[in-house]
Design a protein around this ligand. Structure first.
Ligand SMILES: [Zn+2]
Length: 306
């Protein structure tokens, strides 16, 4: 068994820290996984407290990156995966796909490339239709663009069936509804076990959850609740299954959205950065999306030139 350190980066699209109230689905009881990991009772701005313990860090970080307007996924995610302020580079917030000015930066220094393609895994499984759509238009979301740029395999439904990948919606129920072939739903605990397995054979494991952003745009309270409860079960399962002696869990987002269902747009709220494990100390000074990348590399004993 390897004693090498690893990082699991759980990227959740479109969750910010906003004021409590009826419009904020985080303002509820029963999100025990979020509470246990963050150290705050609720992930709402008036209750969130920064945490700086050895082995656990929680911060509220800026996603606006010095620009006006609403932050977007293309530039936000490219920033998370390169440590470069890609919104500044583009001169604006841009999305959902990477801006043309982000593409060379992604190619040169994305997380997968820095850690190495053999030692990196992107755990999400994609259906056939995703590949057809993206190939025809040459439009790949940031995570899959990073895979293509650095030679990391993009996993398929076959990988999902053999237990080597996870569904973006964590259980496969959402993926099963759009997939060309049957997807057998599994529990969030089973999904967490798959991730724990990947962290034993890879130094960097990434997965992406995007249904939060979709529920935010749809202003759908029911969908928002089911997303958060599912993620919460998953977080509780990760607490049980990850080996926090060697693995650092990093959860963050690219911009706010879900925390304000009174609007269908993204928000300028800060986003949560929740870290657990031996690399936590490297995230203590992270103030905005640019710092997450450097924290992940430092946790693995690597660094990138500024
Ligand atoms: Zn969005």
């Amino acid at each position: 068994m390897s004693t090498e350190s690893s990082v699991y980066f759980f990227f959740v699209d479109g969750i910010g820290l906003g004021p409590g109230g009826a419009h904020n689905p985080f303002d509820r009881d029963g999100l025990e996984g979020f509470s246990a990991l963050s150290g705050s009772d609720r992930l709402i701005s008036d209750q969130f407290e920064e945490l700086h313990e050895s082995g656990a860090v929680s911060r509220a970080i800026d996603a606006n990156l010095g620009l006006e307007g609403l932050p977007q996924s293309g530039t936000g995610q490219a920033t998370l995966f390169t440590g470069v302020n890609c919104a500044e580079l583009a001169g604006r917030h841009y999305g959902p796909f990477p801006h043309s000015t982000s593409r060379p930066v992604l190619k040169e220094r994305n997380l997968f490339g820095m850690v190495g393609p053999e030692r990196s895994a992107f755990a999400n499984a994609y259906p056939e239709r995703f590949f057809r759509w993206a190939e025809q238009r040459d439009r790949w979301p940031t995570t899959t663009r990073c895979c293509l740029d650095s030679g990391v395999r993009i996993r398929t439904l076959d990988d999902l069936r053999s237990g080597d990948a996870i569904a973006a919606d964590l259980t496969g129920r959402g993926l099963g509804a759009v997939a060309e072939s049957p997807v057998q739903p599994i529990s969030e605990l089973e999904t967490a076990k798959r991730i724990a397995g990947l962290t034993r054979s890879h130094r960097l494991v990434v997965s992406e959850y995007f249904h939060t952003d979709k529920a935010g745009h749809a202003q759908d309270h029911q969908k928002a609740d089911s997303c958060l409860l599912s993620i919460d079960r998953y977080l509780q399962a990760l607490i049980e299954t990850l080996d926090f002696d060697s693995t650092t869990l990093v959860l963050t987002s690219d911009h706010g959205n879900l925390e304000d269902l009174s609007t269908k747009t993204h928000t300028r709220n800060r986003v949560p950065l929740i870290v657990r494990g031996p690399g936590s100390t490297h995230f203590r000074g992270v103030k905005d999306l640019t710092g997450v990348y450097h924290g992940i590399l430092a946790s693995l004993g690597l660094s990138a030139s500024a």
